[in-house]
Design a protein around this ligand. Sequence first.
Ligand SMILES: [Fe+2]
Ligand SMILES: [Fe+2]
Length: 275
Amino acid sequence: MTTAPHPPEDPPDGRPGEPPNDYAQQATMTAIRDHHARLARTVADHALTVRRSIDRLAPSAGPRAAMVDFLFAEVIPHALAEERTLYAAGAGLPGTRLLVEAMTGEHARLRELAGELREARTPGEVVGAAAALDALFQAHLEKENDLLLPALVEGGIALTGLLAGMHEILGEAAHTVSESRPCACDDHRVPAAAGGPEAAAAEEELDVRAVPHARRHERIFAAFRALAPGAALVLVNDHDPAPLRHQFAERFPGEYTWEYLEEGPQEWRVRIGRP
Ligand SMILES: [Fe+2]
Ligand SMILES: [Fe+2]
């Protein structure tokens, strides 16, 4: 959703006794939704990779472990951070109290399902837990995006001040949506980047925009196969490489990581790594 900025005379966000700055509110909502979209895609991709590995009678331990790692490293901290901030604020509003109560219950169920996935003992249990978790998570995020966030804004909650510097909720936009406040985090690690920001800076960039379409995927697969464990490349493309992602899930289930760094409209950048 694109929202035109309001005039600069709007009052600063979160100042006591004044309404929140609409422009900052919209920027913060966009950052939350973008981060949700990234989490949603990654969980869906892991669930697909788990299912494909089982369909192919391939070992599912790797894909399952990769999904469990992502859940405990990204999704559950995201949920806990929300409960401390957005949900705590929503619990105090008559219009969102029940919604927050129900969604807190969904967080608990997501944590249970992550535990069930980790402890699953048969292929059926693995794929069942992964699919259930994926379905619940996608529906949960839709409610957060479409019901809870607008209701919080409507209720006068100043999102920008509430979430300043919170990577767990804002993702990388934590550095930009709260310009009046320095980022509270001194670890600017991008999720799934091996070795932190120094390693990310040294990653090979693979710009395929000038490569004929018919040869792009093989060029990318060749570069990926050449990666050492723990290394990553940054793919630069002129469209969302979603079909390529499906091919990765089919060819390399559980053997790759996929992290969008930039999503258009002119340029897409994806960090593809070898765990
Ligand atoms: Fe949530
Ligand atoms: Fe969320």
